[in-house]
Design a protein around this ligand. Structure first.
Ligand code: ZN
Length: 134
C-alpha cells in the first residue's frame, strides 16, 4: 500500500482514502472525535484499546522538529534574540496545536494499516478484526 500524504493531511481513511477519520463538524471541545469505523469502507479505525498512544511519539517528533528548525533559523540566520524566537515558537505552537494533534493520529493510522488487497478476505485483515478477542 502506498502512503498518501494528501489523505493524511485531509484525515482520510488509509484504505479507501475517501472516508473521513474525524466526525464533522469540528468541535473545539472534542478535537479527537473520531468515527469508530470508516463511513465509506468500514475499516476499523481503532483496532485495539489504546491504539493511539503510539501517536504521542509522532506528535512529539512532528512538533519538536516543526518548532526547533524555525527557532534555530530565526536565532542563527536572521539574528533574532532568543526571547523573540521563543515568543514566535510559542505562538506557532499554539496555532498549530490542533493540527499536529489530529495529524499525528492520521500519520499513525496510515503507517499502521498497511492494507494488502490480497488479505481482503483473510482472518488477519484489519477489516475483519474481531474485537471480542479482547
Ligand atoms: Zn475507508
Amino acid at each position: 500500500m502506498k502512503i498518501s500524504w494528501k489523505a493524511i493531511w485531509n484525515y482520510k481513511c488509509p484504505r479507501c482514502k475517501e472516508g473521513n477519520m474525524y466526525k464533522k463538524p469540528f468541535e473545539f471541545s472534542k478535537p479527537l472525535n473520531m468515527h469508530r469505523r470508516c463511513p465509506n469502507c468500514n475499516l476499523d479505525f481503532e483496532p485495539e484499546p489504546g491504539f493511539y498512544f503510539g501517536a504521542l511519539m509522532i506528535s512529539y517528533a512532528v512538533s519538536s522538529w516543526m518548532l526547533l528548525i524555525p527557532a534555530l533559523t530565526l536565532v542563527f540566520y536572521f539574528d533574532w534574540s532568543v526571547n523573540g524566537a521563543m515568543l514566535f515558537t510559542l505562538a506557532f505552537a499554539a496555532i498549530s496545536y490542533l493540527k499536529v494533534l489530529r495529524i499525528s493520529r492520521a500519520i499513525y493510522l496510515h503507517f499502521s494499516m498497511r492494507y494488502d488487497k490480497s488479505l481482503e478476505n483473510s482472518q488477519n485483515s484489519a477489516s475483519n478484526y474481531d474485537k471480542s478477542l479482547f
